[in-house]
Design a protein around this ligand. Sequence first.
Ligand SMILES: Cc1cc2nc3c(=O)[nH]c(=O)nc-3n(C[C@H](O)[C@H](O)[C@H](O)COP(=O)(O)OP(=O)(O)OC[C@H]3O[C@@H](n4cnc5c(N)ncnc54)[C@H](O)[C@@H]3O)c2cc1C
Length: 282
Amino acid sequence: MGCEVDDLADVLQEMPDATIVAGATDVGLWVTKFLRDISPVVFLSHLDELRRLDVLDDVIEIGAGVSYTDSRAAMTDDYPHLGAFWDRIAGWQIRSMGTIGGNVANGSPIGDTPPILIALDATVTLRKGSTRRTVPIADFFIDYGKQDMAKGEFLESISVPRPAKDAIHAAYKISKRRDEDISSVCAAFNVTVVDGMITGARIAFGGMAATPKRAAHAEAALVGAVWSEATLITAAARLGDDFSPLSDWRASSEYRLQVSKNLFRKFWLDQQSDTPANRLSA
Ligand SMILES: Cc1cc2nc3c(=O)[nH]c(=O)nc-3n(C[C@H](O)[C@H](O)[C@H](O)COP(=O)(O)OP(=O)(O)OC[C@H]3O[C@@H](n4cnc5c(N)ncnc54)[C@H](O)[C@@H]3O)c2cc1C
């Protein structure tokens, strides 16, 4: 008899310190690079229920074990701007094994899907034993290395709202190499424009803080303003109030802040042409 998600929930209740392994594209490095002992290990990849993806009326329901490759069609059908972005995540081998659940649960400030999912107002469903709870993904990332997930709890699924009317989207990844590189900065825009006025804005960044995070001041500068290049530049100027990025070997603090501001202008310019929003992204 095969294993089911109920069995996973039971095992994690019994062994709350076990290391959960999905695609092992992060965890594998803990072993091969850092020689960490990760036992006991609970491997998820054979759990069919976690690999389900359902496109429902209101949401795309993505099981935590769905890979980048297996989620691409559903995500890009609804959000065509994500096509070019998806192809910038790692390389095809990692995209075939790596899961969105692992990218989220890992909680890295430079993971590529969290800013996208925050901008799209996704929620995550967490399960401990038979108890489930759903939290907005924006609240899941508490601090560096600290996610809203208790011992014995696991990520079961991610719900991504279907596209809203009048929303304009873009996603950008800035990295040193085109393929197989981690973001220096990642940005996701979800801006609602009605009759030339901005009525809603969710803009999230990776690589700019200890967690993937919304640009609250920049968003506030957009909402209620005219949809124009000047408005976007004004909003970009508020990024210094939202973020004090670190310098590391990927990028300096100054670079991260400057390139983030530039992406607001690029967002505007991309909307003025009929090219997909991030076709030319770095
Ligand atoms: C060469 C290479 C290139 C990469 N490029 C990128 C890139 O461009 N962008 C990017 O964002 N990442 C990149 N990564 C990192 C990695 O591929 C992703 O973070 C991937 O999504 C992790 O998924 P996984 O299934 O392999 O997770 P795993 O390695 O199996 O697990 C990652 C973490 O999540 C936990 N976890 C997994 N599933 C669950 C669950 N259901 N519930 C609770 N906890 C869970 C694990 O315990 C672990 O802490 C790269 C990695 C490599 C090796």
